[in-house]
Design a protein around this ligand. Sequence first.
Ligand code: 13P
Length: 248
Amino acid sequence: MSRKRIIAGNWKMNMTPSEAVKLVEELKPLVVNDDVDVVYCVPAIDIVPVVEAVKGTNVQVGAENFYIEDKGAYTGEISAPMLVDAGVKYVIIGHSERRDYFKEDDTFLNKKVKKAIEAGLTPILCCGESLEQRELGVTMDWIRLQIKSDLAGVASDDVKKLVIAYEPIWAIGTGKTATSDQAQEVCKGIRDLIAEIYDAPTAEAVRIQYGGSMNAGNAAELLAKPDIDGGLIGGASLKAEFGQVVNA
Ligand code: 13P
């Protein structure tokens, strides 16, 4: 497999700027691994100090959000060119928390994916089913709908560089991880869908992460699966344990 693994932390709404710099320093010796892309997706206010703090390391910085316009009268928002200028490389798009709490729908997320790519950011595009959907047996139907809508009109060369994160909503922050077989099944389903929409080389290139209560105890088993190329880590990214996930 030629895909480079990618372990990303999603700090969510945690860490003040000074706490953020402290965490980066603490993690520095623990996340050294040239075989893996390591990313910290941090709150907007932490971006500038964290970009500074990771200089000279193998860590790259991601944002958790941005708005689809480049500039203008959008009080409170941050644009993709602003992120790029600040040294951000990745951006999370379509996280279930933004879909649920901030009502971001697939039409809007499709615009975000296109804007991020246009600006030179790598999207980490999230998808995932609720417990109810899993129990109804519509997991893959739902995820196919999300991915198809979010990637509508995106060129295959751009999809090759994309990261897709499969995050079952019932596994986020619950301590309940999908089994490695469940996670592999959906990640493979996503790769098959990319092959269907685009072609085999695009599907082979796109990196697919698993996210949802991933930690030092379960990372190795999840990452051993052929279609799981990395992880998007919430809670465990805020402590020394993140180093063990990177090295799993
Ligand atoms: P947890 O690892 O805390 O379950 O969060 C996963 C997640 O939502 C990452 O984006």
